[in-house]
Design a binder for this molecule. Structure first.
Ligand SMILES: [Zn+2]
Length: 416
């Protein structure tokens, strides 16, 4: 949209702000740029940004509604968080009936009470949050919210970690935690168990059929078929999917266990130096921590989290059960190719590329190259996609690493 004057710019922004609720995508602002290259030169730039381009943020949309109840949710890590259930209200084109309250300190600071009229806002147009309370509209009988001391799901005591705001249920048998852990275990990027949806998991835990992820492998058709909304055929499908998950490689299992600090990428890196459950169990907590200590990019917090997980008798018992049931195959670190156009060359891939980062890594390795996850001494090439950070480019410059783009990489792979 081209504007000839500042007034036109302001009018255009107002129009976008008005029309954006009908767009099929979410927006939070517009960028105003000056066309003239001569003026770019005149305006110059600050340390970080040019002065001829400005990001304008639309004011966040707000709405008023009434708090029906304050619900307490228990997450996979046991963190207990308050959520406000609201009278449904239209905000930014969608009907909103829940809003985040973040933590109990936030509830106390805002003094949110059931029955209160509150102002909610969509932060970055994602999850709405409660911003303020309209105290004048408070009903006379609205009682101040009392922070729970016991877990709403299992009745166990709640603890606050040193230096943390969140309250936590630490009962490993808490049904809410077990349900969330199993749900996570089954996710596509983890053990990828089809047909094991949230409703079924909740039911399995409630009926006492599973108390941890390893119990999934002890289920049988009659037990599952007897659950609500299940039949013989659907039970068979679920069990087939569960049995099939035994074939996942150890890196997937490491990720699926939900060890704090260990996500998909870290799990794969760890499996490269620790390829099987068998080996992890025989090494024990100290041995696992020692191996992890050699991984580039594994900081003390990650190593401590691994040590704590493998030393914890509760997780050790789950790992032993999984092992006894034959869950997970050893991870096969990609065989380093001994020939190929990229032999003796090393690459760090960064930024947004047309292919997934893992696929690019795979292509480099298949062509005989090695992959570094950061630019270090001896890295031959930095493959820079869109949005490459300035620090990466600086590191490349400092270390004499040549910067190339995706097309140039594939030209090298093609032998160009
Ligand atoms: Zn609990």
């Amino acid at each position: 949209m081209r504007c000839a004057s500042l007034d036109e710019v302001l009018a255009t922004i107002a129009r976008f702000d008005h029309e954006r609720e009908h767009y099929p995508f979410e927006t939070d602002g517009v960028v105003v740029k000056i066309d003239s290259y001569r003026q770019h030169g005149v305006l110059g730039e600050t340390a970080k940004f040019p002065r001829w381009a400005v990001a304008y943020k639309f004011p966040a949309e707000r709405a008023r509604t009434v708090v029906q109840s304050i619900e307490i949710q228990v997450g996979r890590t046991g963190a207990v968080t308050p959520v406000a259930n609201l009278d449904p209200v239209l905000l930014g084109g969608t009907t909103v009936s829940r809003a985040s309250l973040h933590n109990f300190e936030q509830v106390a600071t805002l003094d949110v009470r059931v029955g209160d009229t509150v102002e909610i806002e969509k932060a970055g147009e994602i999850i709405p949050q409660v911003m303020s309370v309209i105290v004048e509209k408070r009903p006379a009988d609205a009682a101040a919210f009392v922070v729970p001391t016991a877990c709403p799901e299992c009745g166990g005591a709640l603890f606050r970690d040193a230096g943390e705001v969140a309250l936590r249920c630490t009962n490993a048998r808490c049904p809410a935690i077990v349900t969330a852990a199993i749900h996570y275990y089954a996710r596509r990027f983890a053990m990828d168990i089809d047909n094991l949806g949230h409703v079924l998991v909740t039911e399995l835990v409630k009926k006492g059929l599973v108390a941890d992820v390893a119990d999934l492998y002890d289920l049988d058709v009659p037990k599952v078929a007897a659950l609500p909304r299940m039949a013989k055929k659907s039970a068979e499908n679920v069990l087939k999917a569960i049995a099939g998950s035994k074939e996942r490689t150890f890196d997937r299992l490491l990720c699926a266990l939900g060890i704090p600090q260990i996500g998909q990428v870290a799990a794969k890196q760890l499996a490269e130096v620790l390829p099987s459950l068998d080996e992890a169990l025989s090494l024990g907590a100290e041995g696992v921590a020692e191996r992890a200590g050699h991984i580039h990019g594994f900081g003390p917090a990650m190593i401590d989290a691994l040590r704590a997980y493998f030393a914890d008798p509760a997780s050790r018992s789950i790992l032993d059960k999984l092992h006894a049931r034959g869950v997970s195959r050893p991870f096969q670190p990609a065989q380093a190719a001994t020939t190929g156009p990229l032999l003796d060359k090393s690459f760090c891939v960064t930024g947004v590329l047309t292919k997934k980062r893992e696929e690019v890594h795979e292509d480099i390795r298949n062509a005989g190259g090695t992959v570094h996850d950061s630019v270090k001494a001896g890295t031959t090439y930095l493959v820079a996609g869109d949005k490459t950070g300035a620090s990466k480019l600086e590191a490349a410059k400092k270390r004499g690493t040549q910067v190339i783009d995706e097309a140039q990489l594939y030209a090298l792979i093609a032998g160009g």
